[in-house]
Design a protein around this ligand. Structure first.
Ligand code: ATP
Ligand code: MG
Length: 539
């Protein structure tokens, strides 16, 4: 009989989620480092945000009707209050038969348990109840007390006459428990503008002088259909300007910063598309007009667009369907329906772009998928990305801070770059090569330090430390190897040099340096080794 061998289960990353490995991470770091450098020269400071937030924040900011919130968010109940939520559900769903005093008594005890857990959670500062919540808790408490008094010691001989009273109290408890919101529903962030605005309000940043300029970078999460350039965990680098001014010069400078960043990275073929989508004064009338026109051509549109006539007619303009293009081209354009203020703002944004030598393409169909945008919207496309060719989206969102409970005077504008797509485009165009020597870019080594004998190991450990302190990339074998095997490994690791340290070298106070590309070898004292390696590094 052979023993059955169970292979341990192998794991794979979740669908739509991926590992980013060396040497790609070298390019990612360069991209992020460049963002730090360029953005800081424009006076932006970095903000680090939580990866999860109350679901309500996104529902309110991004919009409950958007695809992002309605079907793409990763949402979960807060673990710390999940037990309280479970008790609430039990009370709400417990179906008590008429005259079942025993069940009513257990129900009462469950209500008391719920109150105890809520109290404990409050003491531990896990929950903070608002006025409505406190009222519900008070009601729950008094109903539970009354119910206890009513049924204590009576379950056996109780009179049918008091059952109505019991049932009434059970119902009161049920209602109070069902309406009580304890703790938060949490979601992984699908974007970060909502969080930046939340933080701006939470930390009273409106009292800071001038406009507040912040940038962030990190992962975002959306449950979308994975494809090239579209992942479920993807990365964004974004920036926001929040404060009292909505001067068009701010819009233009934000775009200028973005283009300076792309230029520093040597991104080729980036195209800036801009549009104005009006504000709450002029957009509603335009949307109605658009809806009316869409109704007339309804039958010629696809199912998605037909649905959007009701839910969000602007999004029809986004359609990529071949057969809808001719129809869309004939629809009314927002540019012809902007109010005086929006028109003036848009004209000035364009003038400010010209002042900065920035070329743009006006795209009247550029609308954004998030509810909070108004006036200026923009997008940057780059080559090499197939149909997911937008590397950056942005725009103005003057009402958002107020919508989240902040000062009504706060205006805002920002953008988010899709880092995955940016990296992809850089790689496709050949601008993804990383300077700074092949050792650093390829994860290769300047020096493979081969040592032979215990005394040589001690010397090698010291030499490796001094080389690394000087910035050289060093591989130091952890165990002693035969000469041929060790040098063979140096070759396979594509190290530039093998530095050989054996008893002879040790005795002579030198090392043997072998250039692996051509096999040339020389003996050098440590000082000369450093000069030699520096000369090679500086090319
Ligand atoms: P798209 O038109 O590609 O769906 P979007 O309008 O949903 O983009 P935003 O929410 O404005 O995009 O996000 C800004 C940028 O983030 C996009 O331009 C894109 O580069 C990137 N991005 C958005 N969703 C994803 C994703 N699922 N995977 C990778 N990058 C993404
Ligand atoms: Mg999208």
């Amino acid at each position: 009989m052979t023993s059955t061998q169970h292979r341990a289960k192998q794991f794979q990353a979740i669908k739509g989620v991926r590992d980013i490995l060396p040497p790609d991470t070298v390019l990612w770091n360069r991209v992020e480092q460049t963002a730090h450098e360029v953005f800081s020269t424009f006076g932006f400071g970095e903000i680090r945000l939580p990866i999860f937030e109350p679901t309500d924040l996104f529902a309110r900011a991004v919009g409950g009707e958007t695809d992002i919130v309605s079907k793409e968010m990763y949402t979960m109940p807060d673990q710390e209050t999940a037990h309280i939520y479970a008790l609430q559900r039990s009370l709400v769903e417990w179906d008590i038969k008429s005259g079942d005093f025993q069940a009513a008594e257990s129900f009462q005890q469950l209500a008391v348990s719920l109150l105890v857990f809520i109290m404990r959670a409050q003491q531990e500062n896990l929950v903070e109840l608002e006025e409505a919540g406190l009222e519900a808790v008070n009601d729950l408490t008094s109903a539970a007390k009354e119910l206890q008094v009513l049924i204590s010691g009576r379950s056996g001989s109780a009179h049918a006459a008091i059952w109505n009273q019991v049932a009434g109290l059970v119902e009161r408890i049920r209602l109070a428990s069902g309406g009580l919101v304890v703790g938060d529903d949490l979601s992984l962030r699908p974007e970060a503008t909502a969080s930046v605005c939340r933080a701006y309000i939470e930390h009273g940043m409106q009292t800071l002088p001038g406009n507040v300029k912040l940038y962030y970078m990190g992962p975002m999460f959306r449950r979308e259909r994975p494809q090239k350039g579209r992942y479920r965990q993807f990365y964004q680098i974004g920036a926001e300007v929040l404060g009292p001014s909505d001067a068009p010069g701010i819009d233009a400078e934000v775009i200028e910063m973005l283009l300076a960043f792309f230029e520093r990275l040597k991104l080729k073929g980036a195209v800036l598309h801009i549009n104005s989508i009006g504000d709450k004064n002029c957009r509603p009338a335009y949307v109605e007009r658009l809806r009316a026109e869409l109704q007339k051509v309804r039958e010629q549109l696809g199912a998605d667009s037909q649905r959007r006539i009701e839910t969000n007619p602007l999004r029809v303009l986004d359609s990529k369907l071949e057969h809808e293009q001719g129809i869309i081209e004939k629809l009314p354009r927002i540019a012809d329906h902007l109010c005086v203020e929006c028109r003036a703002h848009y004209d000035e944004v364009k003038r400010q772009l010209v002042l900065r030598g920035i070329t743009y393409q006006e795209d009247w169909r550029l609308v954004r998928g998030l509810d909070y945008y108004m006036r200026t919207t923009f997008e940057i496309t780059a080559p090499g990305l197939g149909s997911q060719n937008a590397v950056c989206g942005g725009g103005r969102y003057d009402g958002l801070v107020e919508l989240l409970g902040g000062p009504a005077t706060t205006k805002g504008i920002g953008f988010a770059i899709g880092t995955d797509r940016l990296v992809l485009s850089l790689q496709e165009s050949g601008a993804g090569e990383v300077s700074g020597g092949p050792a650093r870019s390829a994860g290769g080594f300047d020096v493979y330090l081969a040592w032979f004998g215990a005394a040589a190991q001690t010397a090698a450990i010291g030499l490796a430390r001094r080389l690394r302190d000087a910035g050289f990339v060093v591989e130091l074998p952890a165990v002693e190897m035969k000469f041929g095997k060790s040098l063979g490994l140096a070759d396979r690791l594509k190290a530039r040099h093998a530095v050989i340290l054996g008893e002879d070298e040790l005795a002579a106070g030198v090392v043997a340096v072998k250039r692996l590309a051509d096999g040339t070898q020389q003996k050098l004292a440590e000082q000369d080794l450093f000069s030699y390696l520096r000369a090679v590094r500086n090319g």
